[in-house]
Design a protein around this ligand. Structure first.
Ligand SMILES: NC(=O)c1ccc[n+]([C@@H]2O[C@H](COP(=O)([O-])OP(=O)(O)OC[C@H]3O[C@@H](n4cnc5c(N)ncnc54)[C@H](O)[C@@H]3O)[C@@H](O)[C@H]2O)c1
Length: 274
């Protein structure tokens, strides 16, 4: 039975990832800052799940969460870093506190949790798998989303850098990058106007937390054993381009079929004498 540690597991995408692994028989250690919601999620998942509340912006908490999970329930086979915040922060209004607080949870926490996990796995000579939850914002910002986009772009580079160094130890490090997925979160509210504007994608339906969870389980697991340093975009194709833009130019009218060759007009005999 594999042991999976999931951060940000109280609700939304993190909780769906926990449900996906639970449905396939995994032992779960769950962590989140929101103690009450975390305990509700954990209770729903039954005896296989254990929950510990922690604020991962505290510098020592990401490593502590991994070390406690490992010590209490045995070696961790998969670490999923899903805790994250996407506040509205305009670039011109930024102050150090807001920037540091955002990067502490979106970037420093997954990086430090991965480092602690790598040390434990290497010490125990065990293979392992890390999945970071990135975002389509890593490729394309939006008004008020600059610091978030920057945090996820850096997380994608950190994912590749860790994959490069840890591959020799049998530790794979990948990311799943969701497109917009409605989750109804208190911690990460989204306006109706924003949800309506961002919702379109080539596959024509909104994403669900389950879409993301299935991709996470696949890339974390043995079927992806030769995949590392990959950023798997699970977004209905929305990162392929800007579907909502109008055509660059109206299409030209279809060419008319060529006219049949005209026969030479019969010469007029009018006025001719034989
Ligand atoms: N929903 C989307 O459209 C979407 C798209 C792309 C990426 N993501 C990413 O998916 C992940 C999950 O987000 P979600 O949409 O499910 O939102 P969510 O708000 O439901 O989940 C985020 C979780 O992280 C927890 N968290 C926040 N700060 C924390 C801290 N300091 N310590 C511990 N836990 C903390 C929250 O309590 C919450 O349970 C995030 O990393 C987010 O950036 C979401």
């Amino acid at each position: 039975m594999s042991h999976v540690l999931i951060t940000g597991a109280a609700g939304g995408i993190g909780a769906a990832i926990a449900e996906e692994f639970a449905a396939h028989g995994a032992l779960l250690t769950l962590t989140d800052r929101d103690r009450a919601a975390l305990e509700r999620t954990s209770a729903r998942l039954g005896d296989g799940a254990v929950a510990h509340a922690a604020d991962l912006t505290e510098p020592d908490q990401p490593a502590a969460a991994v070390e406690r999970a490992w010590a209490e329930r045995g070696p961790v086979d998969v670490l999923v870093n899903a805790a994250g915040r996407y506040p509205s922060l305009d670039m011109a209004d930024l102050r150090a506190e807001a920037w540091d607080g955002l990067l502490a949870v979106n970037l420093r926490a997954p990086v430090l949790a991965t480092a602690a996990y790598a040390r434990l796995a290497m010490e125990a000579a065990r293979h392992g798998s890390v999945v970071n939850i990135s975002s389509g914002s890593a490729l394309r910002s939006r008004p008020g989303g600059g610091p978030y986009a920057a945090s996820k772009a850096a997380l994608e580079m950190a994912t590749r850098a860790a994959a490069l160094e840890l591959g020799a130890h049998g530790i794979r490090v990948n990311a799943v990058s969701p497109g917009f997925v409605p989750v109804d979160s208190d911690c990460n509210p989204v306006s109706e106007e924003y949800a309506a504007a961002i919702g379109g994608n080539p596959l024509g339906r909104p994403g669900t937390p389950g879409d993301i969870a299935r991709a996470v389980r696949w890339i974390a697991g043995p079927d992806a054993s030769w995949v590392t340093g990959e950023i798997l975009r699970v977004d209905g194709g929305s990162s392929t381009g800007a579907l909502h833009l109008p055509r660059i130019w109206p299409p030209e009218a279809p060419a008319q079929p060529p006219a049949p060759p005209s026969r030479p007009a019969p010469e007029s005999t009018e006025g001719q004498s034989r």
